[in-house]
Design a protein around this ligand. Sequence first.
Ligand code: SF4
Length: 374
Amino acid sequence: MTTTKTADVDGTLAQVYALRGAGADIVRITCNDVDAAKGLAEIVPRSPVPIIADIHFQYRLALAAIEAGVAGLRLNPGNIRKEDQIKTVALAAGEAGIPIRVGVNAGSLDKDLLDKYGAPVPQALVDSALKEIRYLEDVDFFDIKISVKHSHVPSMVESYRLLADVVEYPLHLGVTEAGPPPGGLIKSVAGIGTLLLEGIGDTIRFSLTADPVEEAKAGRQLLEYLGLRERTGLDLIACPSCGRAEVDVIKVAADAQAALEAENLPIQVAVMGCVVNGPGEAREADIGIAAGRKKGHLFIKGEVVRVVPEHEMVDALLEEARLLAEEGVEARLAARDEDAAKIAMEEAIELRGIQGDANRAEEKKAAVAEVAGE
Ligand code: SF4
């Protein structure tokens, strides 16, 4: 969702384009006054993605947004409560052929339901949605999607589970007012991720107190990590580092991320702190680097292709990543340094000798033998 004033057409469009670039497929914009509605009329035809108008309190602004050509509406049942007004909007949306999202929010729940339940409990959110849906269906409007957002993650999850049991309409997921990162990200991932893995949910939004581009990026990444979207950009995996690390893994990973993100290559890259376990543990990555003693072992699909000085690790990774994206795995494996694998193997053996092998098997065997009385 944009954070600009909607009447600021150019500013809002710039944000819409930035959101699109970060992975948003659809963008919501507030329509909170007449100037905003007029702004929408200019924004919609120039937008690269469908625009949804966010409507609170004034049903006439929903009618104005429809006139402006938006691709859909979000109505808040908590603050547009008159049946005839809701039906008027539904009839206009039906004529325009656009959907309405019934966007229930725990923080602005219908007062009657709040009085009935005493608190915005999951069933109260679901009741609010069902009441609004009945109004829409009464006028033969069925192009509906629903959200029941809550800021408390377990309540959010429960609300959607209850709703999914009683409706067939698509559901839009979100943890409302999740707050700034990292807490806001964690809440959103916990709530949205849990539901998506249960097969509940059709669209999502991260509601972060942050640049909305961060919301779009995080949402896109969640879908990619869950396997629900194809990866379009970098996936950097890195070991958490430990006492075996031969470099500052956190710094190398941060440098690699900054350098590789600018390239926008759709590859998985691994940064591993040591060669004892690194290449093996990251063998699924397209490309990676593991730290040896003052050296970096560059590997493709787990096979070492070059050994470079430590200070060249990130540059070498970047160069090889570009070549890999251009030429493919087979070509880059064929172009590997002849002696890279041998050097890497010798160094891994040497390090194992210094540090003990990864599972400390020799130590364990000796201990077992001692206990067994050999
Ligand atoms: S790859 Fe090496 S440094 Fe990183 S966590 Fe594993 S053992 Fe430790």
